[in-house]
Design a protein around this ligand. Sequence first.
Ligand SMILES: NC(=O)c1ccc[n+]([C@@H]2O[C@H](COP(=O)([O-])OP(=O)(O)OC[C@H]3O[C@@H](n4cnc5c(N)ncnc54)[C@H](OP(=O)(O)O)[C@@H]3O)[C@@H](O)[C@H]2O)c1
Length: 228
Amino acid sequence: MQALVLNGYGGSERVSIAEVPQPEPLAGEVRIRVSHAGLNPIDYKMRRGDMRLIRKLRFPQVMGQECAGVVDAVGPGPCAFAPGDEVFVRLDKDRMGGFAEYVCDRVENVALRPKSIAPEVAAGVPLVALTAWQCLFEKAKLERGQSILIHGAGGAVGRMAVQFARRAGAVIAATGGEWAEPMVCKMGASRYIDYRKQRFDELLDKYDVVLDLVGADTLDRSFSVVDE
Ligand SMILES: NC(=O)c1ccc[n+]([C@@H]2O[C@H](COP(=O)([O-])OP(=O)(O)OC[C@H]3O[C@@H](n4cnc5c(N)ncnc54)[C@H](OP(=O)(O)O)[C@@H]3O)[C@@H](O)[C@H]2O)c1
């Protein structure tokens, strides 16, 4: 099969399309025929070697962290999926491999794709959605009725966070560019601050949670709006 392979840390010259063996699913794994793959900033950071302290690659490495497709084969033994299932997946960090015709992964990483989400959309959902979910519910333990300020709400992670927070019943204020205001308010923010025109720390106070997707000065100024 063909795959996008990284041959060493560096620039795009280290990436090539190569013929590699088709993977075989082990027990507890499925093989997916990939129709779409998500391209995320983490892909170029991995390529450059920015993450090598926490995830050292062995070359050649088939790239790709997330994808959508159809289950093509299952490993030996019982399996929650069957050939023909339409799925999407955040691939195991230690394996990756979504930029290929086929990829194998553990069933725990795989989910059935809702019919309402097209595969080209679903392929880009796992990384941003998991990031937002982990921040809101695993770290911040956001609960119904709490207030949350989300910085960078118009961005990839921010949009997910706004929708999850709304579904959880939180009261949402958001910062971002002017262009994103209608979208972010439609998704659930009741207050929106255009960061180029206004300073959020002069307008907001006593928030239960701040999710900062911007950093630097925005993080420093966020402490003053948190309810202590
Ligand atoms: N994407 C992922 O899967 C992922 C996973 C883990 C961690 N992260 C981290 O999460 C953060 C956000 O990532 P992302 O992918 O969501 O980025 P993104 O799609 O580029 O969105 C960033 C958003 O922040 C807005 N922004 C810039 N400066 C701002 C400011 N001072 N105040 C308020 N909003 C501001 C931008 O609006 P304008 O365009 O109008 O400037 C943009 O909409 C990054 O630190 C990233 O490393 C991302």
